[in-house]
Write a protein that binds this ligand. Structure first.
Ligand code: MN
Ligand code: MN
Length: 459
């Protein structure tokens, strides 16, 4: 049959249009209530609880149709529906990440300079630093007090009473700044968030604004100066996710990468009833910095979850069974791809680019230069996946990240594949990836949901 990259709106009937717009509304709500990895986990647990999912740790024995979740240190989660076949026949995993590029507060962030209070940051993930100045910013995260008590923070979003920002230089005085290359004209050490300017009558001379801000934090959140050292506070754009375009066909939002795959992944899993193979929605942290640590895709969390499943289904939680299960499993590594952007046509190879509105983009490989750092998925798996998608009427196309040698990037695919799992990349093509405001097409978000549903329910 002819390989065709087709715009999904071309012969969309009314039912499809309604489904696409309806699904997008749920996604926009998710984006606005989950701006960080921790908030995404909280939201996943809340949504799963509504449809009867139970903590895996509390289950004693498991049978087909059981619905479970396991949280990984508040920053990752696996949601599971037990299938008819034994775990040793392999499982179906859709893995996506819930961390996003942002600015993290340093451990000693609050300082005063010239009667203005600022918070020092250290950026997380691949950002263009100049994009983070002169926009409204919010603070999301947790402060864990010495007692172990966790204070959750979410301040500064649009619609709330306050916001924050990082200042930029006025063009009138920007001559030398504007002549520098874009990667250096805003220095990382200058990404300091303006948080106050009102001095208190108490405190050291020269630090009265800092003292005043600290006083407000203590009064409102019970946080003192040293509590910042055991906090994870993330500076994120304050914009709300919204319909974009006169026709409302697009969504503008912070953090589409990779909530735009994680939400369809979550929804597809929550809607799955007793599949043939056990279905797992895996939401991971730390992808934007290399999937490191005990909450990233390189951690042992997936293996532990599978051992729990082997144990509680009575199969025997031993190394042989675990490795058999992994070896026979399939994984869609669900992450965003670059959509062809006519404003920057020179960096794309059009016939192998992701395209807006053309459905889920499948990438056999990612990486840079000679496919370095890529999981190059086997042709046999590509054949299986396209058969699953075609049978379910999923709109899909293939994509690679820009021209050869233009740049590149990686995903969690290689780390899951390292365990023996047949893994392939696929996901939503997007514009302005890693910018504070990214753009994705509603058609593609919905097609991802259809694709993941078909994968979880494969025979
Ligand atoms: Mn990503
Ligand atoms: Mn990314």
């Amino acid at each position: 049959m002819k390989y065709e990259v087709k715009n999904g709106w071309k012969d969309a009937d009314e039912a499809l249009k309604a489904a696409v717009y309806d699904f997008a509304n749920g996604y926009i709500d998710f984006l606005n209530s989950a701006k960080t990895e921790r908030e995404s986990v909280d939201e996943a647990v809340r949504l799963a609880g509504q449809v009867g999912f139970k903590p895996l740790g509390e289950a004693e024995s498991l049978k087909a149709g059981d619905k479970l979740y396991a949280v990984n240190k508040n920053k990752g989660i696996a949601l599971i529906v037990i299938g008819r076949r034994p775990i040793t026949d392999g499982v179906g995993i859709v893995g996506s990440h819930i961390d996003a590029p942002r600015l993290d507060l340093k451990q000693n962030p609050l300082y005063e300079s010239d009667e203005m209070a600022f918070l020092k940051t250290h950026y997380y993930g691949g950002i263009k630093k100049y994009q983070w100045t002169a926009i409204p910013l919010a603070i999301h995260g947790v402060v864990v007090k010495q007692s172990g008590e966790t204070v959750k923070i979410a301040i500064g979003d649009e619609g709330d009473d306050i916001t924050f920002t990082i200042t930029d230089l006025l063009p009138h005085l920007g001559n030398s700044q504007m002549s520098k290359p874009a990667y250096s004209f805003i220095e990382g050490e200058n990404l300091n968030v303006l948080v106050g300017s009102l001095p208190t009558s108490e405190g050291d001379d020269g630090k009265k604004v800092r003292e005043a801000v600290l006083g407000l934090l203590t009064e409102k959140y019970g946080i003192d100066d040293e509590d910042f050292t055991s906090a994870e506070l993330e500076i994120v754009p304050a914009f709300k996710a919204k319909d974009l375009g006169f026709d409302r066909s697009l969504i503008g939002a912070y953090g589409h990468d990779d909530r735009v795959c994680s939400y369809p992944n979550l929804r597809a899993l929550l809607d799955t009833e007793t599949p043939e193979y056990t279905a797992i929605c895996l939401l991971t942290d730390k992808e934007e910095v290399g999937s490191m640590g005990n909450t990233g895709a390189k951690s042992r969390f997936l293996e532990l979850a599978l051992l729990e499943l082997l144990d509680k289904t009575g199969a025997g939680a031993n190394a042989l069974n675990l490795n058999r299960a992994l070896d026979r499993s399939l994984c869609l590594s669900a992450d965003v791809s670059a959509a062809y952007d006519p404003n920057y046509a020179g960096v794309y190879e059009k016939s192998n680019s992701g395209r807006l509105n053309c459905g889920i983009a499948i990438s056999k490989y990612t990486g840079s230069r000679g496919k370095s750092g890529s999981n190059d998925a086997p042709a046999e798996l590509m054949a299986k996946v396209r058969a699953i998608f075609n049978e379910a009427g999923v709109l899909w196309h293939t994509a690679e990240l820009g021209k050869v040698d233009e740049g590149g990037g990686g995903t969690i695919a290689q780390f899951v594949a390292n365990l023996g799992v047949d893994t392939i990349d696929c996901g939503v093509p997007m514009l302005s990836m890693h910018a504070p405001y990214e753009v994705a097409a509603k058609m593609d978000v919905y097609q991802c949901y259809k694709a993941f549903s078909a994968f979880f329910n494969r025979k």
